[in-house]
Structure formats: structure tokens, C-alpha cells
Design a protein around this ligand. Structure first.
Ligand code: G
Ligand code: G
Ligand code: MN
Length: 561
């Protein structure tokens, strides 16, 4: 047995050593005369027992016990404390700090030490067993044993905590309650084992569709819950719900049987729907009940206006998918002119969408296309269409401006796609100008930078659209390879002598001139706008005074016949 004896008093140490050596069992004794020395030796070597004096100068024995109990390797060492006095209070204090036994030095005999050591070791083992069963019980109390997910208790506690944290923030929090659609039928038909296997697979699929910061729990049976924290908008919750439904879309194969298991999802939002965990649960449950009533694979929000918005988005999103497949988009082209002699020099392509005979405008559907990332494919359609149209108007070198949304700047294949279109239609990159808004530049600048750079390297021009509103920062003009600035139409002064706006317009034009960039005046609606643009040497103008955006047939009639 390895024993570490820590005592500042050499006479006491000798006495204890002698006593120990008299005993029957063999022991190796290392000595330390201070706590620090003792700790150092403890780090270097394994001891079965530490015999520790309470009263030592500078640091006493209790400090040492406390330090030892915080060390990872203390797990099989028993500690016996010794003191000159047999004070009960002191003994208690030592035991509370983590020592397993306490002896007064006068009572140290071989027998007593031997017993104390055995006693300490037994006690230590018991403590270990207790700790292990505590962990086991804790796990049972917090975890669902079938799926390994958090259980209702744990979920409840985490939700409460998340709500408390959320109260101090501007973010929202969403509670999603998920109920499998035909689990009871499956359980009754194929048996419980089969049902259990299905639950495990469902959990795997759903987990795979979630990110790390989402708490996913099994509340019991076929009921699950997800908490989303720090969400900026309600749509984030609909997206997660849709991802969950998508993950369950494909059939499951269990014991050579194919089953389908959809789900109904109810959503409540903090703080909008309720302020406590109980309220959120109640409302998400009501929402789930409504989802069930709607049929299979449905998502419902508790709040009516959220539900309306969701349904509207969902409908438009599905219609957009169909439109993309069936070629239902079209482009209008707004002509762009020089201000002095009103020469036609180019066009801006603007998307339109005809649904059931009525025209939809981009403000209505582009945000939804962005959210669902359908804008990536829609945008590619726009690019190809606009470039192929430009090829048909090739008798003069016109330019074509194409709007890009922020989401398209995450499409790493976009530059290659543009290059292919240019080659296919034999158009020089220099005639294509991509219009970006500042919001697009603000999001995740690194990644997007790369795509803008590559488009620019291809030889395409880059324009900053709607300049002068929103987040205008002159630094964008320096940090990105921008060739053109389109000053937002709201900055052209109104008819009734709007002096401040005019000064702002003049100032912006002068500033952009000084950077050597091209300037486009947008929203030129009357003669005074035209006059001002002329006077300030704005390079190009665009607006209702000269032409609205028009379908290609009308452009052909007016300019190409
Ligand atoms: O087309 P309208 O005239 O309503 O334009 C409204 C907005 O829609 C404009 O800000 C324009 O930038 C945007 N927009 C028009 N067409 C497209 C397009 O093809 N792609 C993207 N991303 N935005 C477009
Ligand atoms: O944001 P962007 O520049 O891409 O949007 C162009 C938008 O401006 C289109 O919706 C187009 O219909 C609109 N537009 C074009 N010329 C004028 C104009 O002279 N006045 C107004 N009010 N809108 C215009
Ligand atoms: Mn534009």
C-alpha cells in the first residue's frame, strides 16, 4: 500500500511511521512537510491513502483535502485526517471537506490506522457507487430510453430556462409540437417492436434535418417537441417545420415492410403567443390539434395572422415551383437612355409572373422565392432569358442590366452559369451589368464577395442598385468591384421644389463622379428630373418619362422595326 504522510512536525511523522511499520501489512510511505509539497507528490504518484495533519503553517489540512477532491486522479485515494485535539467540530469539518476519517494523533495505533484505512476505503467505494447510481437516475429522469432524446421533464426545464433567457432579448423563440400521423395504426397493425423501430428511425430523420442549436425531445408515445431559440422571424419556425415534414416524406423500411409516417406540427411563438412554458405548450397543442384536423402533414401556427401568412407563403412557394417548371415567368425590359440626346443604350430586365391571367409583381413573390431559395433557379432563368434576348437585339451594342438577390450570391456555381450563357448566346461579358442592393452586400460579406469578384473577373459589370436609401455606406463603393451606381428614385426631387432632396442628389452625384464611377438616374418621371440629370452629367437615365418597363414585343415594335 502506498501512503502519503503530510505533516509539518518531524517527530509526529517519525512516530506515525514507526507505528505503521509495526503492523502486519506492508506499506510504502512518502513524506511531505507542507501542503504544497504533498500536492506535488500526489500529482506525480498514485497513493492509496493520504494521512494528513490538520494543523500546519500557511495552508492547513482542510485546504489540502479540498484541493485533492477537485483533482481528477483522486478517485481511488482515501484520506484520513489527524489532529492533536479530538475536537468534534473539527472532525466534522474535515469529513465535510471530503476526508473519509478523522483520528487524534494520540489514538494512533497500528490497529486503529489499519481500521481507519479499511474504513476509508470502504466508505470511498460506497461513495463511488452512490455517485454512479445518482448519474444513472439522473439520466433516467432526463432521457427517453428508447430514442436517447431528452424527455418531457428535461425538455420542460430547458424550455423554461430558454424563455427566461429570451425575455431579455429581442429574438423570438418557437415551440414546435410534433405528432406522428398514423402511428397508432402502425403500432396496432405491426406490433410494438415494429413501432419502436419506426420511432427510432423517425428520430434519426428529424435529427438529421435539424441544426445543433435546436432542442429536440420525445414527450412520450409518438409526440415530439422542438424548441428553436434566437429566431429573428416567424418564418424560421415554418422552415424548420417544413424541413421536418420533408424529412419524413420518404417511406421507412422496417423488417421488409414499407410504411409512411407523416406528422402534424403545431407552433407557438414566444413572446407573441404566450409568456410562460405552460402557455406555449397549451397553445402549440391547440395549433397541433388544428393541424391534425386539416389532414396529414400539416403545419399550424397558434396565432391566426401567422397562420395566414404561412398559408399564403406556402401557397405562393408551391405556385413558384410550378411556374418554374412550366415556364410561367416573363421578363419586361425598361429601356435606359443617355440624358442629353435620349439615345437608347440598354435595358434593365425585370421579372413578371402571370398566374391565372393576372400579373404578379416581384415585390410580392421575390421575398418568398428568396426564403425558399427558389430564387437561385428563378434567377438563373432570368439570366439566361435576358442574355438570349440581348442576342436578338444585337444589331447595336446594348447593355442588359440584371438584378441579383442576396441569396443568389450564395450560389457558388453562378459565375460558371453566367459564363455558359454568355458563350451560348455569343454575348460579350462587358454588356451585362449585375445589379446588387446594399443589403445583399451586407449579408455575409466574405462568401458573397467571392461571387461578385468572379462575376467581375468574367468581365461583367457590377452596379449598386437603390443607392442612397437603407444602409448606404460609401465603403461598399471601395470594398467591392463596383462600376456603376444607380441612385434610388426617391432621391430625385419632387415637383414642389424640394431643395433638400435636390442638394442631397447633387452631393451624391458629385461624390460618385469623384470616384470615377458610372451614374444611373432612376425614376426620371418629368422634365425637371431630366434637366437636373443633364446638368449634373449623370451618365444614364431610366424612368417613366422615357419608357415604362415593357414586354419584348412592345420593345420590338418601338425600337426594332
Ligand atoms: O419590376 P418592378 O418594376 O416591380 O421591380 C421591383 C423590384 O423587384 C426591383 O427592386 C427589382 O430590383 C426587383 N426585381 C425585378 N426583377 C428581378 C429579378 O429578376 N431578380 C431579382 N432578384 N429581383 C428583381
Ligand atoms: O430596384 P430597382 O431599380 O431594380 O427597381 C426598378 C423598379 O423601378 C421597377 O419596379 C420599375 O417598374 C420601377 N420604375 C422604373 N422607372 C420608374 C419611374 O420613373 N417611376 C417610378 N415610380 N418607378 C419606376
Ligand atoms: Mn434594379
Amino acid at each position: 500500500m502506498n501512503i502519503l504522510l503530510v505533516d509539518d512536525d518531524i517527530i509526529d511523522r517519525e512516530h506515525i511511521k514507526r507505528t505503521l511499520h509495526k503492523s502486519d501489512f506492508y506499506c510504502e510511505i512518502s513524506e511531505a512537510h507542507t501542503v504544497d509539497d504533498g500536492l506535488k507528490q500526489f500529482q506525480e504518484q498514485h497513493f492509496d491513502l493520504v494521512l494528513l495533519d490538520y494543523r500546519m503553517p500557511r495552508r492547513d489540512g482542510i485546504e489540502m483535502v479540498m484541493e485533492l477532491r477537485n483533482q481528477p486522479k483522486e478517485d481511488s485515494t482515501a484520506i484520513v485526517m489527524m489532529s492533536n485535539s479530538g475536537e468534534e467540530q473539527l472532525a466534522l469539518e474535515c469529513l465535510r471537506a471530503g476526508a473519509q476519517d478523522f483520528l487524534t494523533k494520540t489514538e494512533i495505533t497500528t490497529d486503529k490506522l489499519h481500521r481507519a484505512i479499511l474504513h476509508a476505503q470502504t466508505r470511498f467505494e460506497l461513495e463511488q457507487q452512490l455517485q454512479q447510481s445518482y448519474l444513472k437516475v439522473k439520466q433516467l429522469a432526463e432521457q427517453d430510453s428508447l430514442t436517447g432524446l431528452a424527455n418531457r421533464y428535461m425538455f420542460d426545464e430547458s424550455l423554461k430556462l430558454a424563455i427566461t433567457n429570451n425575455r431579455r432579448k429581442e429574438y423570438k423563440l418557437a415551440l414546435l409540437l410534433i405528432d406522428l400521423d398514423n402511428f397508432k395504426y402502425i403500432n396496432d397493425t405491426y406490433g410494438h417492436d415494429f413501432g419502436d423501430k419506426l420511432l427510432k428511425k423517425v428520430v434519426e430523420r428529424i435529427s438529421g434535418s435539424l441544426r445543433d442549436n435546436e432542442l429536440f425531445a420525445r414527450l412520450g408515445g409518438d409526440e415530439f417537441a422542438i424548441t428553436l431559440i434566437n429566431i429573428e422571424q416567424v418564418e424560421d419556425a415554418s422552415h424548420v417545420a417544413q424541413r421536418v415534414l420533408l424529412a419524413l416524406e420518404q417511406p421507412f423500411y422496417i423488417s421488409n415492410t414499407e410504411v409512411i409516417s407523416g406528422a402534424s406540427i403545431g407552433i407557438a411563438i414566444h413572446p407573441d403567443s404566450g409568456d410562460t412554458a405552460e402557455e406555449l405548450f397549451r397553445y402549440a397543442d391547440i395549433a397541433m390539434y388544428r393541424a391534425k384536423k386539416l389532414g396529414r402533414n400539416q403545419v399550424c401556427f397558434f396565432e391566426d395572422h401567422m397562420q395566414e401568412q404561412f398559408v399564403r407563403h406556402y401557397r405562393i412557394e408551391n405556385q413558384l415551383r410550378v411556374a418554374l417548371q412550366n415556364d410561367q415567368f416573363l421578363l419586361y425590359y425598361q429601356p435606359i437612355f443617355t440624358p442629353n440626346n435620349k439615345n437608347l443604350i440598354g435595358f434593365e430586365a425585370l421579372i413578371r409572373w402571370e398566374v391565372d391571367g393576372s400579373m404578379r409583381f416581384p415585390d410580392e413573390f421575390i421575398p418568398i422565392a428568396e426564403e425558399s431559395r427558389l430564387i437561385i433557379d428563378i434567377g438563373r432563368w432570368v439570366i439566361n432569358e435576358a442574355i438570349s434576348q440581348l442576342a436578338m437585339w444585337k444589331n447595336k451594342p446594348y447593355t442588359m442590366a440584371i438584378n441579383l438577390s442576396a441569396v443568389q450570391l450564395t450560389d457558388s456555381q453562378l459565375p460558371e452559369f453566367v459564363e455558359e450563357c454568355l458563350q451560348k448566346h455569343e454575348i460579350d461579358a462587358g454588356f451585362i451589368e449585375f445589379e446588387l442592393t446594399e443589403t445583399a452586400l451586407l449579408h455575409n460579406p466574405n462568401k458573397k464577395n467571392d461571387i461578385i469578384e468572379r462575376l467581375s473577373m468574367l468581365g461583367c459589370r457590377i452596379a449598386l442598385d437603390d443607392f442612397g436609401i437603407g444602409f448606404s455606406s460609401v465603403s461598399h463603393l471601395l470594398n467591392f468591384p463596383i462600376n456603376t451606381v444607380k441612385i434610388d428614385r426617391t432621391l430625385l426631387p419632387c415637383e414642389n421644389n424640394d431643395n433638400k432632396t435636390e442638394s442631397l442628389f447633387r452631393g451624391l452625384v458629385a461624390m460618385i463622379h469623384s470616384l470615377g464611377l458610372q451614374i444611373v438616374g432612376e425614376g426620371v418621371e418629368n422634365q425637371s428630373h431630366l434637366k437636373l440629370c443633364n446638368e449634373l452629367n449623370v451618365h444614364k437615365i431610366q424612368g417613366f418619362l422615357l419608357s415604362k418597363p415593357l414586354p419584348k414585343t412592345e420593345i420590338n415594335q418601338t425600337w426594332f422595326n
